[in-house]
Design a binder for this molecule. Structure first.
Ligand code: ZN
Length: 348
């Protein structure tokens, strides 16, 4: 159901962008656009999530015997449905009408969402043994981020409060609103939680044969990077600025790019330090991550999808910028070098 028309109608239900950060930002935009031009092409959209990773060059991280995080909640099989007060099909139609007329339906949708409640419906499947390896992988990577960031925060004289991670299937109710798998992994600052559907990783493998686990780890570390920003007070300030500039305006997109590049940098800092503490990386992992970052730049993706670019709409950074900041984190491991807000925008 990743990129069906039905999934597209649910796109407006992804959480409030003022509180979320993640791969979902660009997915929302491209998915909405594609809904209206009625072109659904998974291979074209896919690089938005993870880039093209050459399976021949993949390397496997060394994670045997590593600690597993206890901050992971398995919510698979617990589908969420909007109860009375939810948006429903009427809300979706209103959203589409306002969008088509060129307006911003977000405010109306937020009002409609207020008072909405969520019910959990068990889908009856036994998930205990399904994707057990992927669950273990996520728990180990999250534990690695906990260990690294606890130490890095100690160095700064601060205390790190680790985020939670919810593994869900199909749809989930977060502190930032309801979301579906179509939006990709995301971080919600309202409940300090990273939300992830394992189907996302399996799709990476199924669609392009990319089962490089370091690419998966990069996805998790990027979302945790947003939590680090939240812990440091950066995320709240940036979201406030973005709200002042107005959603999806060029100025707001610039702030978004600065946030995303810093999350890439933090992902690199994590990988550097995780490797230093646990020897987790194999030869070729860094190249694999840099290649992935180069394939998820806004310029690369827009060219792939439309044959041209619109720089004022960039909200994650170009391929060159993403590779540069990830590489900076990967090669230095030094948090103090990750200021993406002071430099001129053109110098990022
Ligand atoms: Zn992000």
């Amino acid at each position: 159901m990743f990129f069906s028309i039905f999934a597209a109608t649910l796109i407006p239900l992804v959480p409030d962008a003022s509180q979320t950060s993640g791969f979902c930002f660009c997915i929302k935009r491209i998915a909405k656009l594609r809904f209206f031009i009625k072109i659904w092409n998974f291979p074209l959209l896919f690089p938005y999530f993870c880039g093209n990773i050459n399976p021949k060059n993949r390397t496997i991280m060394r994670l045997e015997g590593r600690r597993e995080s206890t901050n992971v909640e398995d919510r698979r099989g617990k589908k969420t449905v909007a109860a009375a007060g939810g948006i429903g099909i009427g809300g979706i139609i209103i959203y589409l009408i306002i969008s088509l007329m060129g307006g911003d339906p977000s405010a109306v949708m937020e009002q409609m969402q207020q008072g909405a409640s969520t019910e959990y419906v068990d889908d009856g499947k036994d998930y205990s043994q399904v994707d057990a390896e992927l669950m273990t992988f996520c728990k180990r990577i999250l534990a690695g981020t906990e260990d690294v960031w606890t130490r890095e925060f100690q160095k700064m004289g601060r205390t790190y409060h680790a985020p939670k991670m919810v593994i869900y299937s199909d749809a989930v109710s977060s502190g930032c609103g309801n979301a579906t798998s179509a939006g990709g992994p995301f971080y919600c600052s309202a409940d300090n939680t990273v939300y992830l559907d394992l189907e996302f990783f399996k799709s990476m493998k199924r669609q392009i044969g990319a089962d490089g686990d370091f690419a998966y780890a990069y996805v998790i570390a990027h979302e945790v990077g947003h939590h680090v920003q939240n812990e440091l007070g950066i995320l709240g300030q940036a979201h406030q600025q973005m709200a002042q500039y107005g959603r999806n305006t060029p100025k707001s997109n610039e702030v978004s790019v600065r946030l995303e590049l810093q999350a890439d940098f933090f992902a690199g800092v994590w990988a550097y330090n995780d490797n230093k503490m646990f020897g987790s990386l194999e030869d070729g992992d860094i190249e694999e991550a840099l290649n992935a970052a180069a394939k998820i730049g806004d310029d690369y993706l827009q060219k792939q999808a439309y044959g041209r670019t619109a720089p004022e709409t960039f909200n994650h950074g170009t391929s060159a910028q993403r590779s540069r900041w990830l590489k900076k984190g990967l090669t230095t491991g030094d948090v103090s070098l990750g200021d993406t807000f002071s430099p001129a925008y053109s110098a990022l």
